[in-house]
Design a protein around this ligand. Structure first.
Ligand SMILES: C[S@@+](CC[C@H](N)C(=O)[O-])C[C@H]1O[C@@H](n2cnc3c(N)ncnc32)[C@H](O)[C@@H]1O
Length: 373
């Protein structure tokens, strides 16, 4: 069994841990912006293919002393890189964290790269060259006080890139956050879903992917596919299982609407490129004219809150309108608002039954729950 570490957005640690447990991960332990877990190679592939809320699945290979650049260089040279890297493979180093001496991630990455390629040269071979765009081996180095945790990045690029989004709206939500919000809202595919301010459609599209049991990683590539121990038979069998377990019918409507025609066009394009155009309904509609499409369901939206879109002072009326609409037209529904402004949320004028703190990128936000009886 190997140790793994899934990186996640702040506030999503518990949701990601639950996802990992569901796919069979062992010794799952949420930490700050990540989740530790254990498993075999099959689990590593499954975590990349199936988790909807994680950014990257890292495989830590060493924790080495790194008080300064020289010590880091020497530490990295003590590892046997031939286990992970052939000279004809390209590499890249991504660094996070810093200490007093290693406080520029570029410099830290250069030290590690030099240590590895000098190690290869000393063994009489060729050196790997750097490819920052599409490396065969992406190494993740995290510096804390005195140590550097060196991991292999099995995802390659962030898992929020599902591969379906050619078009983006003015303030699109990351797919990983959308998937986590659906979990936090306890939305299940037997409940109608509506986002009346859907922008480029991230929430309805993630809802449809989940309802149809479409693996979020089905249409992209991963870092582990160019690793020396890559098992293509195993990967192909997991892909086949994933394809066979897809569903082809939705029991309930999944709907997104927005007043902005341009973003609705993008939402259509996104649904089309993920093959979901027959499953998700998108419409251009002003919030004030929204009606409940069923007598129960989950409404979840991410209205503007002044930081990225609109001005806080002008948005009070919009939040008030949301509260009025929930109360008057959505009896039997559970409604959620994700907002970065508690001041605006007070304009909704309804009692919340739950508040969950999380981050949308770097913006602290709250998911507010309203039960409409
Ligand atoms: C923060 S964005 C939502 C982003 C979306 N979650 C995504 O992933 O792309 C807020 C959206 O609310 C829409 N909006 C603002 N006022 C509205 C109104 N009165 N009626 C309908 N949509 C509105 C905007 O057009 C914008 O697309």
């Amino acid at each position: 069994m190997n140790n793994y570490f899934a990186t996640v957005s702040r506030g999503l640690e518990e949701v990601a841990a639950q996802e990992l447990v569901r796919i069979g991960a062992e010794e799952v332990r949420p930490d700050f912006t990540g989740v530790h877990f254990k498993g075999d190679k099959r689990l590593l592939y499954q975590a990349n293919l199936w988790t909807r809320t994680t950014f990257r699945i890292l495989m830590p290979i060493a924790k080495v002393p790194s008080l300064n650049g020289d010590e880091l260089y020497r530490s990295v040279q003590k590892l046997d890189w031939s286990e992970y890297l052939d000279p004809d493979m390209t590499l890249a180093i991504a660094c996070t964290g810093k200490n007093q001496n290693l406080n520029h991630t570029h410099f830290t990455a250069l030290q590690i790269k030099n240590a590895i390629t000098d190690w290869q040269k000393r063994r009489g071979g060729n050196r790997s060259s750097v490819d920052t765009e599409n490396p065969d081996l992406l190494i993740n180095a995290h510096i804390d006080e005195k140590h550097c945790i060196i991991s292999l990045d099995s995802s390659g690029s962030s898992l929020h890139r599902r591969g379906y989004r050619p078009a983006i709206g003015a303030a699109p939500m990351k797919e990983t956050l959308a998937a986590a919000l659906l979990e936090m809202a306890e939305w299940t595919p037997d409940l109608p879903f509506l986002d009346p301010m859907c922008g480029s459609g991230t929430l309805p599209i993630e809802a449809a992917l989940k309802a149809l049991n479409i693996a979020p990683g089905l249409y992209r590539n991963f870092g582990f596919q160019s690793w020396l121990d890559y098992d293509d038979n195993l990967w192909q069998s997991l892909l086949q299982d994933a394809t066979q377990s897809q569903k082809h019918d939705l029991a309930v409507p999944i709907i997104g609407s927005d007043r902005d025609l341009n973003v609705i066009r993008q939402a259509f394009a996104n649904a089309e490129s993920s093959g979901l155009e027959d499953y998700v309904k998108f419409a251009r509609q002003e919030l004030s004219t929204i009606e409940a499409p069923a007598d129960r369901g989950v409404l979840l939206c991410n209205p503007p809150y002044g930081v990225r879109l609109g001005k806080e002072a002008e948005l009070g009326e919009l939040y008030q309108l949301l509260g009025d609409i929930f109360k008057q037209r959505f009896k039997g529904w559970t409604a959620y608002i994700l907002t970065g402004s508690m001041k605006l949320s007070r304009q909704v004028g309804l009692r919340t039954s739950k508040r969950i703190k999380l981050y949308n990128g770097t913006i602290p936000c709250t998911l507010l729950k309203y039960e409409m009886y």
